[in-house]
Design a protein around this ligand. Structure first.
Ligand code: P53
Length: 471
């Protein structure tokens, strides 16, 4: 009998990728600087949940972000001090192709990421790059209808080819589309489309998704060809969803809600449309246009790993499903959990649950690329004692370790917002995630000065001990 080699871990593997994660649009600022064009968030002053407001005069905090475009050396030095092995950020597509449909890239934009990635590598930090993080160039949405239009595949692939060639010696880990499954609730941010009042919303969503799946397959192919040994990940929002009660209707409806998210993983990781989607399409009059070779491409070039965000759990009551409309799944209160001031229920056990659920389903490596606590921080005598943040991260890392012992293949953990950033959901700065405080406020005041919070040294020790010392 052949001997089977078992990967049995009692704790995190020694090459576990500890680090932090941000997105270009929530941090860089430098609005329209060095040839950057408009991206969708530039027209979302109140965040993605409020959506596009074309003529709004409201303050848009994304325009200045936390000034990372000019502060990145100082910031990278602080990430290095915490011992980050990896750092996840996105490339702002509209810095490379300002409108999105140009034939040649903007050299200034390319130079910025060369410098940024070099700075990370100089400190021994490997970049992990999201290609599209709620950052579709506005021109492509307005003029072409965004991802509803198949032409987007060509624009996206031109952008991918440009950055793969440019950064091939610097970046090995990539992700195609941030939280693509959020297209149901945030079609513009996650799917780069505008849904008209009189339009069949699900038709638009599934057509755009299909175009993204083809683009992802082509990008994965290109990535492997241009950068040998590289890994292309899918990226989904996969916080946990529980049934509101043990009533079979709640249980089954919750399963259906979850499936709507896992659908994206099913296509991107297993390389095929699952059978259950046909009933959904049929009942909603959805007809997805495909070209002959699309399904072949999707099958031949699946994603290499699954990156996902996990913040909380929600509970779901049968009949309250509002997929396909902005606003999201509100959920019912869970009496067993505490919530943040933003109503996000804190549930570390849910992370172990989700890791097991996803690994059972896909048997591909998982990468927790977002997890963190966004809340108010109070500055007292020049200090921030964010023990609540330490508690949050500690309990999630404990459950992550359990998942590793359960047998889940976990590549790494990048804490979301290791430095305070502008929130994606609500476009504000008051909802802080950082181990590093940034002096910048909702009303646009502040010096952009950086300062360590108590959690900074704590996270440094966690990485130093490979997740052993969580005290
Ligand atoms: P914020 C919910 C709502 C909006 C964006 O969110 C979200 C989610 C969580 O699934 O997605 C991610 O900033 C996103 C990040 C974002 C983070 O969650 O509203 O990938 O860009 O910042 C946290 O607190």
């Amino acid at each position: 009998m052949e001997e089977i080699e078992l990967n049995i871990y009692k704790t995190f593997p020694s090459d576990f990728l500890w680090g932090g994660a941000i997105a270009a649009n929530q941090t860089e600022g430098a609005h329209l600087e060095d040839g950057k064009g408009l991206s969708i968030v530039d027209l979302m002053p109140n965040g993605l949940l409020a959506g596009i407001k074309e003529d709004s005069t409201d303050l848009n905090l994304y325009h200045e972000g936390i000034g990372l475009y000019h502060h990145y050396k100082e910031d990278v030095a602080m990430f290095a001090e915490m011992g980050f092995k990896v750092f996840r950020t996105s490339i702002a597509w509209s810095r490379i192709f300002s409108n999105g449909d140009e034939m040649s890239p903007n050299e200034k934009g390319l130079e910025f990421y060369d410098n940024f990635f070099d700075e990370l590598l100089k400190h021994g930090i490997e970049p992990v790059v999201t290609l599209s993080h709620f950052e579709t160039p506005w021109h492509l949405v307005k003029e072409y209808g965004g991802w509803k239009n198949r032409k987007m595949i060509d624009f996206y692939i031109r952008y991918c080819e440009t950055v793969f060639n440019r950064y091939k010696g610097k970046v090995k880990y990539w992700m195609g589309f941030n939280e693509i499954n959020n297209i149901y609730t945030s079609p513009t941010a996650a799917g780069g489309i505008l849904v008209e009042e009189d339009e069949n919303c699900l038709q638009a969503i599934y057509q755009a998704s299909h175009n993204c799946f083809v683009a992802s397959a082509l990008a994965t192919k290109l990535c492997h060809e241009i950068i040998p040994g590289s890994k292309m990940g899918a990226m989904l929002a996969l916080s946990a969803v529980y049934p509101n009660t043990c009533h079979p209707d709640d249980v089954f409806d919750t399963y259906e809600v979850r499936r709507r998210s896992l659908f994206f993983g099913d296509v991107l990781l297993r390389g095929a449309y699952p059978t259950y989607i046909h009933r959904i399409w049929d009942e909603n009059d959805v007809h997805v246009e495909m070209e002959d070779t699309d399904l072949d491409l999707i099958r031949t070039y699946p994603s290499d790993y699954l990156g996902f965000s996990y913040y909380r759990s929600t509970t779901h009551k049968a009949g309250t499903r509002i997929l396909g409309h902005t606003g999201g799944i509100a959920g019912t209160p869970n009496p067993y959990l505490d919530a943040t001031p933003w109503g996000w229920q804190i549930d570390s056990k849910g992370l172990r649950y989700v890791c097991n659920e996803l690994y059972d389903r896909y048997q591909k490596p998982l990468f927790i690329v977002e997890n963190g606590l966004g809340t108010n921080d109070e500055l007292k005598n020049g200090e921030i004692n964010d023990d609540y943040r330490i508690d949050y991260v500690r309990s999630h890392i404990e459950e992550m370790k359990e998942a590793v012992i359960d047998g889940v293949e976990l590549m790494g953990y990048t804490y979301w917002g290791p430095i305070d950033i502008v929130s994606a959901g609500t476009g504000e700065l008051k909802k802080r995630y950082g181990f590093i405080y940034v002096d910048r406020n909702n009303d646009g005041t502040g010096t952009f000065k950086r300062m360590k919070k108590k959690s900074f040294d704590w996270y440094k020790k966690v990485i130093e001990t490979n997740g052993e010392d969580l005290k």
